[in-house]
Design a protein around this ligand. Structure first.
Ligand code: FAD
Length: 367
């Protein structure tokens, strides 16, 4: 059988592309080296509880197009992400807002909070690194208790050695609003993400457990074009060097109770505890049948040497320059196109991944 497309990687990017191609009458063969489809949005059912296997995934978007696309395929449940932070026995609201400032300092008005931050940040004259930036945004107390330990665990380096721009992702608000995301739509597909992936792959031939690099010659010949969503440095046999990633290790366990921590995500912000967050999955969606169990995952930052799994690209100057060398080769390819977080060496949220796949499909149609 000959296919129009070989799609390497059945994550959200490859699967969205497969849906668009199939809807336009193209045939797709989708392979993934993991034993399951879905990439990092894959979910597992444990005792009726939907477990986000590769870290908690909350879909949030301002894009009408993405929202319509997803909800045309699956039923979704509204979900509002309101994570908490734990530091040495005390709980704080995230992201930093009037509730956090009140818990930290006992202040009750935005003016008092701003004044406290101004007092605690006036020592910062120049932003040289993440520590300076964080103190300038929220003052010394919040930096010391809620940012320093978490960030240093996450990146495996002191905050004084991290670039300031990492922290721009962190919202700071002077209102009593615990919503983490500001987007118009926030939801999780009913039953988790597998139903979405199955819908996206309907009409394609999908083979889990097949690594391109074990079958390259064979599968390349079976198709006219290839979409590659794996690591771009691996595709080119690391000839310009390996692109750096931060990885994660997950410790999952089940407890015989229904509500362990009262919320889906608790960030552990003290440096003395090695995991960065604890996730209680049933708070994303309560099980359909009553079950006196709960599944917890502790998330430990790790080096890629420990796990072999790339999660967060380290987009510093050195790595971005290496990526540009790979991209220059990719741009010259005639049969192969590249897309997704690993092939583009960039962190993308799920909505951006869908938009990028839509863009790529449009450019395919215009070839
Ligand atoms: P992936 O899902 O990684 O898919 C790539 C696939 O390619 C993988 O399945 C891999 O096995 C396969 N592959 C690679 N190489 C080969 C090969 N040689 N042969 C065959 N197959 C191969 N986004 C949000 O919007 N909200 C969130 O709450 C959120 N939470 C996140 C939490 C964590 C911990 C992480 C790491 C990311 C989170 N994201 C979130 C981002 C989201 O996971 C990504 O946007 C999305 O999964 C990227 O899809 P992808 O298809 O590009 O990559």
């Amino acid at each position: 059988m000959k296919y129009d497309y070989l799609i390497v990687g059945a994550g959200l990017f490859g699967s969205t592309f497969a849906r668009l191609a199939t809807d336009s009458g193209r045939t797709c063969l989708v392979i993934d080296k993991r034993q399951h489809l879905g990439g990092n949005v894959y979910c597992e059912n444990v005792d009726g509880i939907i477990v986000h296997k590769y870290g908690p995934h909350i879909f949030h978007t301002d894009s009408e197009e993405v929202f319509k696309f997803v909800t045309s395929l699956v039923k979704v449940n509204p979900y509002v992400n309101t994570p908490m932070a734990h530091y040495k026995g005390k709980m704080y609201n995230m992201p930093f807002n009037m509730n956090t400032f009140c818990q930290m300092w006992g202040v009750v008005t935005p003016q008092e909070a701003m004044q406290k931050i101004a007092e605690q940040s006036k020592c910062i004259k120049e932003i040289r690194n993440l520590e300076d930036k964080a103190i300038s945004l929220v003052g010394k107390d919040i930096y010391r208790k809620l940012i320093k330990g978490y960030t240093e665990k996450q990146w495996g380096r002191p905050c004084t050695k991290l670039p300031a721009n990492i922290i721009t992702r962190l919202p700071v608000r002077f209102t009593f609003n615990n919503r983490y995301f500001n987007d118009r739509y926030e939801f999780i597909p009913d039953g988790g993400y597998n139903s979405l992936i199955n819908k996206l792959l309907e009409g394609s031939e999908a083979i889990p457990g097949l690594d391109l690099f074990d079958a390259k010659g064979k599968v390349f010949d079976m198709c006219d074009r290839v979409l590659f969503t794996g690591r771009i440095d691996q595709f080119y046999d690391y000839r310009f060097g390996e692109l750096e990633y931060r990885s994660l290790r997950f410790n999952q366990f089940t407890l015989d109770e229904e509500n362990y921590q009262g919320v889906a995500v608790v960030n552990e912000t003290w440096g003395g505890i090695p995991y960065t967050r604890r996730v209680e999955h049933r708070h994303f969606q309560q099980p359909k049948e009553p079950v006196k169990k709960t599944v917890i995952t502790e998330e430990y930052p790790a080096s890629i040497k420990e796990t072999g799994e790339p999660y967060y690209p380290v987009n510093d100057e050195k790595n971005n320059a290496i990526y540009q060398q790979y991209k220059a080769l990719a741009d010259k390819e005639e049969k192969v196109i590249f897309g997704g977080r690993l092939a583009e060496y960039k962190y993308y949220d799920m909505d951006d991944i869908i938009l990028r796949a839509m863009e790529l499909w449009k450019s395919e149609l215009n070839r």
